[in-house]
Design a protein around this ligand. Structure first.
Ligand SMILES: [Mg+2]
Length: 381
């Protein structure tokens, strides 16, 4: 079998005003998506979603640049897979899209779900966590965070990750005030869901330590990216100070970037993303992390095809934890898939059809034409 074509679909859908979400100093105005499609001379087609944070048009440019190396090659040949370089996000996202599409193709050729190719003992389903808590505004009923989380519990989800809200300085938010809301959340959820917090690198180490101690006491299962990601020693101190894992690494794309964090015990869980660095590099990172006693639990954002790739990855890991499911992407998230997988009892099945198990819906470029420009606008207050 030979690869005969590679193309990138760049898609967008504007958010309705009530769906636009605000966090930190940004309001998102649209949902974006970049999908790499690899065709073969035998009619099979592999699909992989590249993280839209690499910018769809730039991703498309890099995919086109890599295309001559792949046309005419055998999709089962491991040596053709490009590697992320850790320097250009757009390039690495393009590599990730190609890598995921090749894993989808290989699964179809072998007649197995991708998870079973990665690990013959892979699980058939993965437990999801609702990833959001970024709709609430410190200026207007921050307790919406609690209402949103309870809604996810009602939907049968058994874990939920929240964020720290709009820019704290706008409303004089302190660690104490924030922890008041977090205690309210924990009390309302009352053990029905596991809880995690993502600091999105916005806290100082002192703030992060105070918050980490309280999250630990409340039974949160991790605290993600509390401080700027390059402060490896700060991460190591925080990770040593509490029992709960301090996690991170969603922007990193190579094992080499993760290695200093592993050596310094700076992350209790590593969080690369198959849509940012590819399934192949995620598996490489997972194997290295395992030697340090550290689990991999991928970052996963944006659309449903990305959820499938990260889902197959999680199902194949030695200690599968949970799969992140973006709750605020809007209708584009699953509209890209012809028959979206069922999500029952807070789990996603990865044991269906071969490969990543899903096919693209028709006429995507006509239905969701790409809208140029940033997905978010800066908010001034
Ligand atoms: Mg995060």
């Amino acid at each position: 079998m030979k690869i005969t074509g590679i193309e990138t679909l760049c898609l967008s859908r504007p958010h309705e005003p009530e769906r636009q979400w605000i966090t930190s100093r940004y309001r998102t105005v649209k949902a974006d998506c970049a999908i790499v499609v690899i065709s073969t001379d035998e009619g099979l087609q592999g699909i992989g979603e590249a993280c839209a944070y690499g910018w769809p048009l730039q991703i498309k440019g890099w995919v086109d640049w890599l295309k001559p190396d792949l046309i005419g090659q055998d999709p089962l040949d491991w040596t053709i897979v490009p590697h992320p370089n850790g320097r250009s996000r757009a390039y690495d996202c393009a590599v990730a899209g190609i890598d995921c599409a090749l894993w989808d193709l290989r699964g179809q050729i072998e007649g197995k779900p991708t998870a079973k190719l990665l690990n013959a003992d892979a699980h058939d389903q993965v437990r999801l966590y609702a990833s959001s808590g970024c709709r609430y505004d410190w200026n207007d009923r921050p307790e919406q965070l609690v209402e949103e989380a309870l809604d996810y519990a009602e939907q049968g989800l058994t874990a939920c990750k929240v964020r720290i809200g709009t820019e704290w300085s706008w409303n004089g938010v302190t660690v104490d005030r924030f922890l008041g809301l977090i205690r309210e959340l924990a009390q309302a959820v009352d053990g029905r869901m596991e809880l995690m917090l993502d600091g999105n690198q916005r806290l100082t180490e002192d703030q992060a330590l105070a918050i980490a101690r309280e999250l630990d006491r409340l039974g949160f299962i991790w605290f993600e990216e509390p401080i700027p990601q390059t402060d490896i020693d700060g991460y190591a101190r925080l990770n040593a100070a509490v029992d709960m894992p301090i996690t991170g690494g969603e922007q990193y794309t190579t094992l080499e970037q993760f290695r200093p964090y592993l050596e310094k015990r700076a992350y209790g869980i590593v969080q690369p993303d198959a849509g940012v660095c590819g399934i192949t590099e995620c598996m490489r990172i997972a194997q290295a992390a395992e030697r340090y006693g550290v689990d991999l639990c991928p970052h996963s954002w944006h659309n449903g095809l990305m959820a499938m790739a990260n889902g197959h990855l999680v199902a194949a890991l030695p200690n599968p934890r949970v799969l992140e499911l973006c709750m605020i992407q809007g209708p584009l998230q699953w509209a890209i898939i012809a028959e979206p997988p069922s999500i029952a009892d807070g789990h996603l099945s990865v044991a269906g059809a071969p490969g990543l198990g899903v096919r693209l819906a028709n006429d995507l470029e006509a239905r969701f034409p790409y809208i140029e420009g940033h997905y978010a606008v800066t908010v001034e207050r």
